[in-house]
Design a protein around this ligand. Structure first.
Ligand code: B12
Ligand code: SF4
Ligand code: SF4
Length: 397
């Protein structure tokens, strides 16, 4: 069996997965997930509540499941992918969005992995199920159990070989596999007793660096405050009190990942399962504010950003524009496109555009937005106009 599993590992690694490790499906401690849900940290991701029972018991996902194969793909983009991200005032994209949607690009390899399992163990297609962020599986928990790395205080599965830059996928199977064992079993001397922060030591960089204080306790993320949630999952208004914290993050956030000292081991990935779209980072904020539906579809085709849709991206771009201009301390060539967006058909775009113009121009905003305001009937947008004078510098930040 051991030999067969090693062969399987090599076959799956050859498909493009940098990490392939096995775990037995047994006793999932419920406390982590139920506590997180109980505190409302899932925000409006109600699917996390609906699927909680399945997440806590993989046998509800695949009856008779015995093992899980945890897969990791290194997506550190290397120097080439980092270029363009350091220019002051340019929008910052989470690293995983600088590739075509991994949910799609992993799929053919997962299909092939399934065939390999069928061939190796003489099982059928109904004897396994695979997911990459697409199913009710606690991927980080299983990755920790299988020994891909440890759970950091930033909540991430951190690899000693790749730092914070592993995307995960899971194959649940009825095949009984020998477990590789967690990292903590291999380095007992360092074990702190808990599962979180095994190799963090006294470091708390990620908690301190989070721009919106979304990590109230080590390993626990309050999605309601997390920029990643606000700019990707939230389809409504970004709460006013969080907008300044969003800073230049146009889509997703990597701050608590990138400050982690374990990234010193990161190296550019093989990218067998990733299709680079690094050109996205070259888009200027003005170009983003002026996106049309056609251009949006063209530029973001096959990327994860397409799921946010044009209105969501314009909303985020408005928030970034308000922040960038305030940081630069200048009035800006962004005011003209923002004034146009204050008359956009979608109320959510209008509301955030009004906020951005107020951030950039202060008292002048009333005059600059007078025409748009005269036509405004939506209460959410009207509330943004009414907030003039109560925004940063005048009490609210
Ligand atoms: C919901 C979700 C989010 C939410 C909530 C984040 C969160 N921390 O829960 C939001 C939108 C904020 C988010 C953001 C991001 N996400 Co996300 N997200 C998910 C998703 C769909 C579910 C996570 C979940 O279950 N959360 C609930 C909490 C309670 O669970 P948990 O973090 O796994 O930890 C608990 C369990 O491990 C459990 N537990 C304890 N013991 C044991 C033992 C066993 C055996 C098991 C099974 C479980 C278990 O207790 C822990 C908590 O105490 C997963 C995909 C998936 N299906 O797992 C991706 C996933 C976690 N996200 C991912 C990524 C990349 C991100 C971002 C970096 C994206 C970005 N750049 O913007 C950020 C990072 C934010 C952060 N610091 O966590 C990757 C993480 C890869 C990695 N190396 O860790 C995942 C795994 C997707 C993937 N397939 O690659 N995400
Ligand atoms: S992803 Fe960003 S906002 Fe979310 S917890 Fe990490 S640093 Fe904070
Ligand atoms: S930044 Fe420090 S505390 Fe946070 S996960 Fe990395 S090592 Fe742990």
């Amino acid at each position: 069996m051991k030999l067969q599993q090693e062969e399987l590992r090599h076959r799956l690694m050859a498909l493009g997965f940098e990490e392939v490790r096995f775990a037995r499906l047994a006793d999932v401690p419920a406390a982590g997930l139920t506590d997180w849900l109980g505190r409302g940290f899932q925000a409006d991701m109600t699917w996390m509540e609906r699927t909680a029972a399945k997440r806590l018991d993989p046998r509800l996902v695949l009856p008779g499941a015995r093992s899980v194969i945890m897969l990791g793909v290194n997506y550190w983009p290397g120097k080439e992918g980092e270029r363009g991200q350091s220019t002051a005032g340019s929008p910052v994209w989470a690293r995983y969005t600088r590739y075509e949607d991994y949910h799609d690009t992993f799929k053919p390899a997962l299909v092939t992995a399934g065939r390999v399992i069928e061939e190796f163990f003489g099982v059928r297609g109904t004897d396994y199920r695979y997911y990459a962020d697409t199913g009710p599986v606690l991927e980080r928990g299983w990755a920790e159990r299988a020994g891909l790395g440890f759970l950091g205080k930033n909540g991430m599965l951190i690899s000693r070989r790749f730092g914070n830059w592993l995307l995960l996928a899971a194959i649940l199977t009825r095949v009984e596999l020998e477990a590789d064992g967690p990292l903590r079993a291999r380095i007992r001397s360092l074990a702190t007793g808990g599962r979180t922060g095994l190799l963090c030591g006294k470091c708390v960089r990620c908690i301190a660096a989070c721009p919106t204080q979304a990590i109230p306790e080590p390993g626990l993320i309050d999605a309601r405050r997390c920029i990643s949630y606000q700019t990707i999952e939230n389809k409504g208004m970004i709460p006013r009190e969080l907008r300044r914290g969003v800073g230049e993050h146009i889509y997703g956030c990597d701050v608590c990942l990138e400050v982690c000292p374990w990234n010193r081991f990161a190296r550019a990935g093989r990218r067998l399962l990733l299709a680079a779209r690094f050109e996205i980072t070259a888009l200027t904020l003005r170009e983003l504010l002026e996106l049309t539906a056609t251009r949006f579809a063209e530029v973001f085709r096959r990327t994860p950003i397409k799921r946010l849709r044009l209105t969501g991206l314009l909303r985020n771009a408005c928030v970034v524009a308000g922040n960038v201009a305030v940081q630069a301390g200048t009035t800006h060539d962004l005011v003209a496109p923002l004034r146009r967006l204050a008359e956009h058909p979608a109320p959510i775009v209008r509301a955030h555009a009004v906020w951005a113009v107020q951030q950039i121009t202060g008292a002048e905003a009333t005059e600059l937005l007078a025409a748009a305001r005269a036509n405004e009937t939506d209460p959410v947008v009207t509330a943004e106009y009414e907030a003039v004078g109560r925004l940063p510098g005048a009490g609210e930040s």
